[in-house]
Ligand binder design. Sequence first.
Ligand SMILES: NC(=O)c1ccc[n+]([C@@H]2O[C@H](COP(=O)([O-])OP(=O)(O)OC[C@H]3O[C@@H](n4cnc5c(N)ncnc54)[C@H](O)[C@@H]3O)[C@@H](O)[C@H]2O)c1
Length: 312
Amino acid sequence: MVQLGKDGSLYGQVALVTGGARGIGLAISRHLHSLGASVIVADSGVSISGEAPDPAIAEAVVQELGDRALAFSADIAVPEGAAAAVAQAVNRFGAIDIVVNNAAILQDSLIFKGRPTSWDAVVQNNLSAAYYVLSAATPHLREQVKAGRASGRIVNMTSSAALYGNFGQSAYASTKAGLLGLTRVVAMDMARSGVTCNAIAPFAATRVTDAIHPANTEQAQYKERALKISTRFVAEFVAFLCGEDARAINGQLFGVRGREVFLFSQPRPIEKLVVSGDDAGAQLPALFRERFAEKLTDLKTDLEAFNTEPVL
Ligand SMILES: NC(=O)c1ccc[n+]([C@@H]2O[C@H](COP(=O)([O-])OP(=O)(O)OC[C@H]3O[C@@H](n4cnc5c(N)ncnc54)[C@H](O)[C@@H]3O)[C@@H](O)[C@H]2O)c1
């Protein structure tokens, strides 16, 4: 039986990291590998908007990692691609223990200028891909536990854009919010097998941070601050979630921003009003003013909410 090391080592574990060849995913691939895991670097090498795939990107990372690493450069945003990535992990390394759904693309535009083709591409890459990978991987995760292997771990990379929103990110924010629903349900569906599923909203300097076009001085300041944040802190938190110490952490949402780790609340009712009789419509204006008006959520974007000096 493969045991998760108390000391944080992941020897004998097999990890599939989507988008594992660049940015945050690259840091995760490197770190899990350095802790002893075998790593499938599933990265098609596409541009930020999901174009121009390049298999050399994942292959270069696997060359760097050496033993216990495998490149998978086909698209995981189609069911056959996701299933093939999982099958390669199992065929090559004998199991799949850790799934990090990290791959994502961006195609931003204000809602009144949006194109359905962009929406479809972003949904496919950021949300459907995670579902395809998990639907292929979770039968193995369940069977492995029954066969005496240590319980698996799933980490979904979401975004503060899902929680706060940001201009022009209707598709991106919607997919990242969708991942939160997926995280909760997978956490429930897999709990009996001891497999955990958690979500992280990361903040780190990558080509995506670099590509932010500041619309005002606050955004310019946000970008300047974000570009100082190393990806390694996200990777370290992922490794923690994959370790034995995190076996009871399930269905949670975290944020990692340099040395700061946030535990996020998840939306629950914060106030209630109750209408009576048959004239609900007539009562609502006054009841709304009385119960809700002071408690509405503002329209602060995620860039505004996290525009503070990071702890590095
Ligand atoms: N960088 C940040 O501060 C930040 C903030 C919020 C959320 N995130 C999230 O963190 C994750 C990593 O972001 P990043 O900034 O490192 O991005 P990145 O663009 O640097 O890396 C993403 C990788 O995913 C790969 N990829 C995309 N679609 C794929 C597909 N269908 N199949 C295989 N590979 C695919 C790309 O080739 C790329 O190498 C993403 O989910 C992103 O939404 C990042």
